[in-house]
Write a protein that binds this ligand. Structure first.
Ligand code: SAH
Length: 244
């Protein structure tokens, strides 16, 4: 569920939307997409700056809320991971500004390659690059921040709950799991399957149910504001989570 998307995609109510997800189809789709910000944002590159600013504001508020000295007062967090990172738009535009080192998880080789070959990797600001899907990834380190943006729609509900549990177990004391995703605007509150990239767009209620199932609590949640009207984009929400 990539980027900002027009919310008029046709929904097929016959089966659970997430049962139609095909990893093969989604990887095939992403391989046809150009490795640039326009590709990452589904043809809406102009929203990148607003998106990154919204994320920074959200983290700033989270850090103020925190009683943990390391995450509240340190100039930077120690280690974050950008999950479903694409070419590293979020890593470059936001995460490396607030973290010493950012690991990256991205299943599409040509996107991961952009990160491997880039200056941030040379400078040591990008750490490990894991070329795999989130459904197959188990964190092997402790992270202050696990960032998931516009990618968890490629996992089924079952895969996502298992993945969230693994993330919860990999957070440092005071760390956050953040999920920043489009929300379904289906009039009966259903998730919406997107045939183009083989992903689902979930409702706010579905996200809350999956978080609860994974043993996570919402520390803070906020809608992204400031995207231009008239593009027909889905609403975008940020959730900061921690194990209960
Ligand atoms: N988060 C980035 C990229 C969004 S585009 C940003 O906000 O700019 C969606 C990304 O999800 C693509 O890079 C795509 O390759 C990746 N993706 C597709 N299937 C995935 C999966 N199963 N696990 C993790 N990432 C996946």
């Amino acid at each position: 569920m990539p980027p900002p998307q027009p919310c008029d995609a046709a929904a097929d109510p016959s089966t659970a939307p997430d049962s139609k997800i095909s990893t093969t189809a989604s990887i095939q789709y992403w391989n046809t997409i150009s490795p640039d910000v326009n590709g990452m944002l589904g043809g809406f590159p102009q929203i990148s700056r607003i998106d990154l600013r919204g994320s920074l504001n959200f983290i700033t508020k989270l850090r103020r809320l925190s009683s943990n000295c390391q995450v509240r007062n340190a100039p930077k967090l120690l280690r974050a991971v950008d999950c479903g990172a694409g070419i590293g738009r979020v890593t470059e535009g936001f995460l490396t500004h607030i973290c010493d080192v950012v690991d990256v998880v991205e299943p599409v080789v040509k996107f991961a390659q952009v990160l491997e070959d880039g200056a941030l990797k040379q400078e040591g600001k990008i750490g490990d690059v894991y070329v795999t899907g989130l459904q197959d990834w188990t964190p092997t380190k402790t992270y202050d921040l696990i960032w998931n943006q516009w990618c968890v729609g490629h996992l089924t509900d079952t895969q996502l709950v298992a993945y969230f549990k693994r993330c919860g177990a990999a957070l440092s004391e005071g760390g956050w799991l953040v999920v920043k995703e489009n929300l379904s605007t289906h009039r009966f509150g259903e998730d919406i399957f997107d045939h183009v990239d083989s992903s689902v767009t979930r409702s706010d209620q579905k996200f809350r149910d999956l978080f609860r199932e994974a043993g996570l609590q919402i520390v803070k949640a906020e809608l992204q504001t400031g995207f231009p009207k008239g593009l027909g984009l889905y609403p975008v929400k940020m959730y900061a989570l921690r194990p209960k």
